[in-house]
Design a protein around this ligand. Structure first.
Ligand SMILES: C[C@H](O)[C@H](O)[C@H]1CNC2=NC(N)=NC(=O)C2=N1
Length: 102
């Protein structure tokens, strides 16, 4: 899938985050932590991984007993933030909601 991997500017990043409650910027990645009990988190990750494989964009994922943290940046853009990161984040929000993660 041809995608625009040009790094976003700080104002563009801030503008996108304003419409994505729960997500925040940590350096050159965006991150969100969902509360969900362990086995729910495993199922959530499997679902997210399926979508990541389809879109060719992957998050760093931290699975714990009561939470799952996603961190996203674009490796191919020298680990800068691009539109692909926000696209994946929006997809994760929809999947997490379907799994009852908050
Ligand atoms: C060939 C493969 O699609 C690319 O290496 C993809 C894989 N997943 C990726 N994930 C992320 N987060 N950034 C990338 O630049 C990236 N590139």
């Amino acid at each position: 899938m041809a995608e625009d991997l040009s790094p976003l500017t700080d104002p563009e990043i801030d503008e996108r985050l304003r419409g994505m409650p729960g997500w925040s910027r940590a350096g050159d990645e965006i991150t969100r932590t969902f509360s969900i009990r362990y086995h729910g988190g495993v199922a959530l990750i499997v679902h997210v991984a399926d979508v990541e494989r389809l879109i060719g964009h992957h998050a760093d994922i931290d699975l714990r007993w009561e939470s799952v943290r996603f961190g996203i940046t674009t490796h191919d853009a020298d680990h800068k933030l691009t539109e692909a990161d926000f696209d994946l984040a929006r997809r994760i929000d929809g999947i997490a909601a379907a799994h009852g993660a908050v």
